[in-house]
Ligand binder design. Structure first.
Ligand code: UDX
Length: 476
């Protein structure tokens, strides 16, 4: 009689599917590279539109594939023609709706053809992949690109509505404290709560409710990955773990530094920019004194009104500090404004460019402060480099991130809801001169903790080992 052979486990194959936006593709591609370094078969799934931009603007994408034979890119349609594509900015919702309505069969085909054994899907897709994970008996891990504090705020929303603390009742309500948020009950005013009002004032609360619903759906996964680290958000992470005891939460961040520390080969990890980076700024920075430059960048989505740009500009000029300001090609609607700024700025004081290699810029010794929109990636990149921040949040998690920067971590100032040249000037001088030592001290302390978390035996380092073990052990 033949003895029955034990069933051979197939080698795991992970599919990573980010929301097609810059702040999502960046950290999820870092994770893909970390998995590939562990020799895990990894497929990175992008919409065609975003994949084309990656190939067009990043010379190192090809090199990345050559370095890791087990890493591959696949594309999925987003159901929009190239000519009338909504892009990846404020209209990203159109792409997300199309993907949630029609994307499932395409995702299904990829799972079958690639023999996927584990899905790591952006939490912004809600329950897009849950049925598929059940159908194929594979693991589903949700990846949230936002801070833990924002995720926790989203999860508190139903309770806040029940207690009549939400919705916010207009502009006059903005300084009211929001209490039913365990772990941050003495911290958040209405104006610090995640918000979409600078994108769509009328529908702010409807959008928030929808995002909350997607968040709840996404937590039906088997596990959760967050791009943060234990020492940064410990009290908030405890709340999430307390309320979702069955959901293993892996904090792996800061992922860009985790990858850099793992590779130890270059000053920054592979780039995945949606725009061509202008490297002339690096030469300009070389000629600037130590910690003398204010770096200004409001991320990949923020759009600004003429008046706001003018106020920031005058604030910077009046501060008398040198500045490097990134104004994306699609950030200002008015033709001629950019020319006006460029012509009116003394080249000795300020340089204005369209897109920069941000990780490299922030780690340059000439940078003294970061005037930022408080996107989570930008915040983490600044944290790692020990650069104090001046925060001017735009939407979503940025409102709460900036509150944590100023009032919890004390590594910067929060300028939210104000755009006035005098305030800009004063805050720049506070961070760069008057309170410079205090901000630098706390920023350096947190930077050390960030580096420790991704070094051997640090929390993110160990969590990543656990994640690999989890993926291998649950592979069918
Ligand atoms: C969005 C949301 O705004 C953010 O709050 C959320 O956490 C993720 O999705 P975005 O607005 O683009 O992201 O901001 P951010 O999270 O800071 O991501 C921008 C990324 O683009 C960063 O990794 C940054 O390094 C990179 N970048 C930006 C550049 O490389 N060069 C630039 O000139 C500007």
């Amino acid at each position: 009689m033949e003895t029955e052979q034990p069933k051979q486990k197939s080698s795991p194959h992970v599919l990573i599917f980010p929301c097609p936006a810059q702040g999502h593709v960046n950290p999820m591609l870092k994770l893909a590279e970390l998995l590939a370094i562990q020799n895990l078969h990894t497929t990175f799934l992008n919409t065609k539109y975003i994949h084309n931009r990656l190939i067009q603007f990043n010379d190192d994408i090809q090199a990345l594939l050559e370095s890791y034979p087990k890493l591959q890119f696949k594309t999925i349609s987003d159901f929009h023609d190239e000519e009338e594509h909504p892009g990846f900015g404020e209209k990203i919702g159109d792409v997300l709706v199309a993907l949630s309505l029609y994307g499932k069969p395409l995702l299904r085909d990829i799972i079958v053809s690639e023999k996927i054994s584990c899905l790591i899907v952006d939490g912004i897709f809600g329950d897009l992949a849950i049925d598929l994970a059940h159908e194929f008996g594979i693991q589903l891990i949700t990846f949230r690109t936002i801070s833990a504090c924002c995720l926790w705020a989203y999860l508190c929303v139903p309770k806040l509505i029940q207690c009549n603390e939400l919705p916010i009742r207009g502009d006059e309500d903005m300084d009211r404290m929001i209490r039913n948020t365990p772990g941050m009950e003495n911290l958040l005013r209405c104006r610090d709560f995640p918000s979409f009002k600078r994108v769509d004032k009328e529908n702010d609360h409807i959008i928030l409710d929808h995002v909350v619903l997607l968040t709840q759906q996404s937590l039906k996964a088997n596990a959760l990955i967050l791009n943060t680290f234990e020492d940064l958000e410990a009290p908030i992470l405890s709340q999430i773990r307390l309320h979702f005891p069955k959901l293993t939460t892996y904090t792996l961040g800061p992922l860009h530094h985790h990858l850099y520390t793992t590779k130890k080969s270059s000053s920054s990890s592979s780039s995945s920019s949606f725009f061509k980076a202008d490297r002339t700024c690096m030469t300009w920075l070389e000629s600037q004194p130590l910690k003398s430059v204010v770096y200004v960048n409001f991320g990949s989505i923020t759009s600004m009104k003429r008046e706001e740009i003018i106020e920031i500009w005058h604030g910077l000029l009046n501060s008398k500090k040198q500045f490097l300001w990134v104004i994306r090609p699609n950030m200002v609607q008015e033709k001629g404004l950019l020319k006006e700024l460029e012509e009116g700025t003394n080249k000795e004081q300020g340089l204005i460019v369209g897109w920069v290699p941000q990780e490299e810029v922030l780690s340059h010794k000439a940078i003294g402060a970061f005037l930022t929109h408080s996107g989570w990636n930008s915040t983490l990149e600044s944290v790692v480099c020990g650069v104090p921040m001046i925060c001017w949040p735009y939407f979503a998690d940025q409102q709460i991130n900036s509150r944590f920067v100023s009032d919890v971590w004390k590594i910067g100032l929060d300028m939210k809801d104000v755009c006035d040249r005098k305030v800009v000037e004063n805050m720049v001088n506070d961070v760069m001169v008057n309170r410079k030592e205090a901000f630098l001290k706390s920023a350096m302390e947190i930077a050390k903790l960030a580096c420790k978390s991704v070094s051997c035996d640090g929390s993110s380092y160990n969590n990543f080992k656990d994640l690999i073990e989890y993926i291998r052990s649950t592979s069918p």
